[in-house]
Design a protein around this ligand. Structure first.
Ligand code: MLC
Ligand code: AMP
Length: 522
């Protein structure tokens, strides 16, 4: 057996330590500029996160304690994320669209020691948290107010970064499940840092000494794309971020003139293409447009190229694995091919298997399985579910279906998991069906995804009434809207007499998808 090294001799694997090392020498330079005109220097980020980390330290939380955060996008929320890392605690971001039932589940499941919510939600979120045994509930608003900042204001501006091992948890990201129960993907400092370093190289992030990059950050900061891929990329390379509180195409377009990198889900590109001002001249300072989180239509890729002269770089990833593949950035590494997500990133092993789990030959279509340094530590509190999702030889089953060509380019052709990806948000039909089935008068329901020009895909609910009951489609949607995050609510609802079934009695969702693809609301 190897003799373990004394901890002091090991380099600190804490992600914040690596991000901090990427800050530029001039700490007075602007690190983040917001769409409301605020400017934060690198020193501001360092000090704000130190003060918040000192506040977290002062609570004497046990190792591995979760800090659950449901707040609007702000630079202070970014500082809270960094503070959680540097205090060695576990960050648990939650979509601001989640309502009481959804938040209740996450809080009960994750048992966070601290919950941070916006002041206007304190009444209901605080109640859920205190009932679940959470000791501390703070508020944080997007106008630099709230009890969290009040408490942190008295704290020291210096903080020693906690010592973390590569496998120590840094974050838990909840992803919905095919059974309707959300699962918390546990990501370690090592998972996140290794991926950030690979992407830094692959996408040619430029340090200030090399001319620097400016990232337009237009995504929400409660998912992997906006929180990890975008923020880590910018911080690790000491690049300025232009921080948009929400995506609005005209605002983003205006900022393209002073920026170099943009990241978006396909819907953002579709909406930008709707702007007549999107021209090659408008993006002349930009060097890289990245898309991911959902499939991008080839038409969007080619339209973008025609309008701007840029080939969008499409990459593929998951909450459970961080980024897995990327089209090449550097021309000498190959062309950027629309409709593909590029080859596996360095360090990622990616294989395509048939239904029996055997690797397919000759570029055939099958299930995508992956292994690599970004692959998560398992689902929070769900060891059986974790075991189910890994093969005996340690590959993670992504649930995505695709093929790999002779040059290693991966094309995603579908999903074996029953999942709708709408505007970059995942919606699991099983969860929505569960809520619909619980409504009075409903016998059964099926939710399917159909193509949508804006969101890529949207949900459609098909519902059967109990004998003698009469159902109103609009009322069903209204009930869902009162309960669930808005993006999960199907855009249309049809009340029908029966659902198509196969010989086994299983609902044939492919037939429903075809039937309702073009239908208008009933
Ligand atoms: C909002 N709505 C949506 C929706 N977003 N419906 C379906 N899908 C969505 N994505 C609802 C609203 O509740 C509202 O309902 C109505 O649609 C119109 O909203 P909107 O004003 O058009 O929406 P907007 O606020 O502009 O938001 C659209 C968006 C946003 C595309 C900007 O959805 C977004 O930021 N998406 C990015 C998601 C993301 O970051 N994903 C990364 C996941 S990480 P109503 O009824 O109130 O009118 C991941 C891993 C990886 O997947 O590889 O990156
Ligand atoms: P999430 O659970 O939110 O992390 O979503 C991960 C899923 O998003 C993946 O399993 C894919 O189905 C999908 N995804 C991410 N990037 C892409 C992409 N570039 N093209 C197609 N699907 C993608």
């Amino acid at each position: 057996m190897r003799t373990p090294l004394p901890t002091a001799a090991l380099p600190n694997a804490n992600l914040y330590a690596a991000l901090r090392a990427g800050f530029p020498p001039d700490l007075q330079a602007v690190a983040v500029e917001t769409d409301s005109g605020l400017r934060y220097s690198w020193q501001d980020l360092d000090e704000a996160s130190a003060m918040l980390a000192n506040l977290l330290d002062s609570l004497h939380l046990p190792a591995g304690a979760r800090i659950a955060v449901q707040v609007e996008k702000s630079v202070e929320a970014l500082a809270l994320y960094l503070a959680t890392l540097r205090a060695g605690l576990v960050y648990l971001p939650l979509n601001t669209a989640y309502q009481s039932a959804e938040m209740g589940y996450f809080i009960a499941d994750a048992q966070p020691a601290v919950v941070v919510c916006s002041g206007r939600n304190f009444g209901w979120v605080g109640k859920l948290a205190f009932n679940a045994g959470t000791a501390w509930v703070f508020t944080l608003n997007d106008d630099r107010t709230g009890s969290l900042l009040e408490r942190a204001s008295g704290m020291a501006r210096q903080h020693t970064v906690a010592a973390s091992a590569p496998d120590d948890l840094a974050a838990i990201i909840y992803t919905s499940g095919t059974t309707g129960r959300s699962k918390g993907a546990m990501l370690s400092h090592g998972n996140l840092l290794s991926n950030a370093q690979v992407l830094q190289k692959a996408w040619g992030w430029r340090a200030p000494a090399e001319g620097g990059d400016v990232l337009i950050h237009a995504l929400p900061i409660f998912h992997v794309h906006g929180l990890f891929v975008a923020i880590h990329g910018a911080l690790l390379s000491g690049s300025k971020m232009v921080w948009l509180s929400r995506f609005e195409p005209k605002t983003a377009l205006r900022h393209f003139a002073q920026a170099t990198v943009f990241m978006g889900v396909p819907t953002l590109y579709v909406r930008l293409l709707g702007e007549p001002g999107l021209t090659a001249n408008a993006v002349r300072s930009m060097r890289l447009f990245i898309s991911g989180s959902a499939p991008m239509l080839l038409e969007t890729f080619t339209d973008w190229q025609a309008r701007t002269g840029h080939a969008i770089l499409e990459r593929y990833g998951m909450s459970e694995t961080v980024m897995l593949t990327s089209n090449p950035y550097f021309a000498e590494q190959g062309e950027r091919r629309g409709g593909t997500v590029g080859p596996a990133l360095p360090g990622v092993q990616l294989r395509v298997v048939d239904d029996a789990g055997q690797p397919v030959a000759g570029g055939a279509v099958g299930g995508i399985q992956v292994k690599g340094p970004g692959v998560f530590q398992g689902y929070w509190n769900m060891p059986e579910k974790t075991a189910e999702e890994f093969t005996a030889d340690g590959f993670f089953k992504t649930g995505d279906v695709g093929r790999v060509d002779a040059q290693g380019y991966v094309t995603i052709v579908g999903r074996s998991k029953d999942l709708i990806i709408s505007g970059g948000y995942n919606v699991y039909p099983a969860e929505i069906e569960g809520y619909i089935n619980a409504l009075p008068g409903v016998a059964e329901s099926a939710v399917v995804g159909v193509p949508d020009a804006d969101f890529g895909e949207v949900g459609v609910a098909v519902v059967i009434a109990k004998p003698g009951a009469s159902l109103d489609a609009a009322a069903i949607l209204a009930s869902l809207k009162a309960t669930l995050a808005g993006f999960k609510v199907p855009k249309r609802c049809h009340v029908v007499a029966e659902l198509p079934r196969n010989a086994m009695g299983k609902v044939q969702k492919n037939l429903l998808r075809a039937q309702y693809a073009q239908a208008t609301q009933l």
